[in-house]
Design a protein around this ligand. Structure first.
Ligand code: NAD
Length: 239
């Protein structure tokens, strides 16, 4: 079961799992994007992870699954003093609430030996993200949610890990460049260069590279890892 499956990292995860012969249920609010997936043997489900009724449908479909990947996410950009209560509620509903309640509903129904990966972010570990302060708070919450469910599901055994990507080349990252450049009064190109220089490996990741790391966290290769916040940042974050 993969949420946020119509674009970016979620899409790359679905296509990678499908290539590995896994039958995937690809969930997203964006029907168009789901139609374009290149994932044989996968099923698609249009659902809003922020809606409790939709989450119940997702959970029902996930009965007996091996893996859950919570990749659905939204971001909003404003000077920190201009964020509203509605911004908080919207962002937390998609990023944090859905992660908590999908882990709660689906975790116990996964097959023993199964695994969950939650998409956090390097913004959960950095202070330089004030244009996305609520997003960063929601991604930090995901680390706590991950640890709680890792503990709660360990005896089954189901492993639960979070991945903290830095800069992954996706439609969301495209918006980050445009909107943060606008807020900082600089150009997209200049911001892109500064950001790439801050990454020791000197470049963004592709969505496919990130999907490879998520695949590792789902697989037996990471059988002794649970409750972790795994950096995937080209060295931007090292703790
Ligand atoms: N791209 C990056 O650099 C980066 C870095 C750190 C973390 N992340 C996280 O990785 C995840 C995937 O990001 P991405 O870059 O692929 O973004 P993206 O915008 O390309 O894809 C996100 C997907 O989530 C879906 N989605 C949004 N709200 C939804 C809802 N209410 N119900 C169902 N689906 C919904 C969107 O339709 C979209 O298909 C997100 O959680 C994001 O916060 C991304």
């Amino acid at each position: 079961m993969v949420t946020g499956a119509a674009s970016g990292i979620g899409k790359a995860v679905v296509e990678r799992l499908a290539r590995d012969g896994v039958e995937v249920i690809a969930v997203d609010i964006a029907e168009d994007g789901l139609r374009k997936l290149d994932a044989p043997h996968s099923r698609t489900m249009v659902a809003n992870v922020a809606e409790p009724d939709d989450r119940a449908r997702i959970a029902a479909a996930a009965d007996g699954a091996d893996y859950l990947v919570n990749a659905a996410g939204i971001i909003r950009f404003k000077p920190i003093f201009e964020f509203t209560l509605q911004d908080w509620r919207d962002i937390f509903a998609v990023n944090a609430e859905s992660t908590f309640f999908l882990c709660q509903a689906i975790g116990p129904k996964l097959r023993p030996g199964g695994a969950i990966v939650n998409l956090s972010s390097s913004s959960a570990k950095l202070a330089s993200t004030i244009e996305v302060a609520i997003y960063a708070a929601s991604k930090t919450t995901i680390l706590s949610i991950t640890r709680s469910f890792a503990y709660a599901l360990a005896s089954r055994p189901i492993r639960v890990n979070a991945i903290c990507p830095g800069i992954v080349d996706t439609p969301m990252q495209d918006r980050v460049l445009d909107e943060v450049a606008h807020l900082r009064g600089t150009t997209r190109e200049a911001l892109n260069e500064t950001r790439n220089r801050s990454v020791p490996l000197g470049r963004p990741s592709s969505a496919e590279e990130c999907a490879g790391a998520i695949r590792f966290l789902l697989s037996e290769e990471s059988s002794y890892m649970t409750g972790q916040a795994v950096n995937f940042t080209g060295g931007l974050v090292m703790w």
